[in-house]
Design a protein around this ligand. Structure first.
Ligand code: ATP
Length: 239
């Protein structure tokens, strides 16, 4: 794997039953990059995210986080090593408050919570500040997605994995959410993002990979992928 990657895979093959969903996937994310993983429904994007996070055991292949092989490690260890997955479907704890949810993101990290960092997060996510003491279950879908990302950031991740952050959100909320993602990118956070709305993901990404039936069929800069007429027809039209 490339020595300077934060996260890379080589020959990653994984699935749920006899027939693997992912077929020898090779991707890499370098420090400070935002990389988009694109593809049609069922192409294997979420499966890739789950394998990276240790929620699905690869059949074969390597996953390297900084300088460690992690393909065989349990999810909580991978999280502690610095990979934060914000899964599809904005999974917040509905009975806990916004602040309690945010604080839970620090579980498992070494450093104690500094009130100043909560303050900084609430500045970055002003909608969460307004609802800091509300139960998370009462937030709108977009606010819950922002909360899930804020909680992920509390882990001080080396890389943030965002799986379908725009799923089910109203257009105005999607724009607000992507402004947050662009802001994190501009702060130097390393991000791997999956979104069904490929054109949208490419607005924040430096580079991207296109998955088709579990294989990487195209890779390129966001500009190259955005300009690719074939991709436009196949994937980008959705946005
Ligand atoms: P989507 O945007 O629809 O989630 P995706 O690219 O993320 O698409 P995956 O969710 O990774 O695709 O699914 C890839 C393939 O794996 C699909 O054929 C899907 O039916 C199958 N699959 C996903 N989850 C499971 C599971 N838990 N058990 C069995 N098969 C699964």
């Amino acid at each position: 794997p490339p020595a300077d990657a934060v996260l890379s895979t080589l020959g990653l093959t994984a699935g749920y039953g006899a027939a693997p969903v992912l077929d020898r996937v090779a991707i890499e994310v370098r420090p400070g990059e935002t990389v988009a993983l694109l593809g049609a429904n069922g192409a294997g994007k979420s499966t890739t995210m789950r394998a990276l996070a240790g929620l699905l055991r690869p059949v074969t292949g390597a996953i390297v986080l900084e300088d460690r092989a992690i393909a065989h490690l349990p999810a909580h260890t991978i999280a502690r090593l610095g990979l934060a997955l914000v899964p599809e479907g904005r999974q917040v704890f509905p009975e806990l408050t916004v602040i309690e949810n945010i604080r839970l993101g620090a579980h498992g990290r070494a450093a104690p919570i500094d009130p100043a960092e909560i303050e900084a997060l609430l500045t970055r996510f002003p909608r969460l500040r307004d609802r800091a003491t509300s139960r998370a279950g009462l937030l709108s879908g977009g606010e819950q997605q922002m909360l899930a990302i804020a909680r992920g950031m509390m882990a001080h991740p080396r890389i943030l994995l965002l799986d379908e952050p725009s799923l089910g959100l109203a257009p105005a909320m999607i724009n607000a959410l992507y402004a947050v993602v662009a802001d994190l990118r501009d702060q130097g956070v390393t991000i791997l993002i999956v979104d069904q709305m490929a054109a949208l993901a490419l607005t924040v990404a430096d580079r991207g990979y296109v998955l088709e039936q579990g294989r990487v069929v195209t890779a390129g800069t966001a500009a190259e992928l955005s300009a690719d007429a074939g991709l436009e027809a196949a994937y980008l039209g959705a946005a």
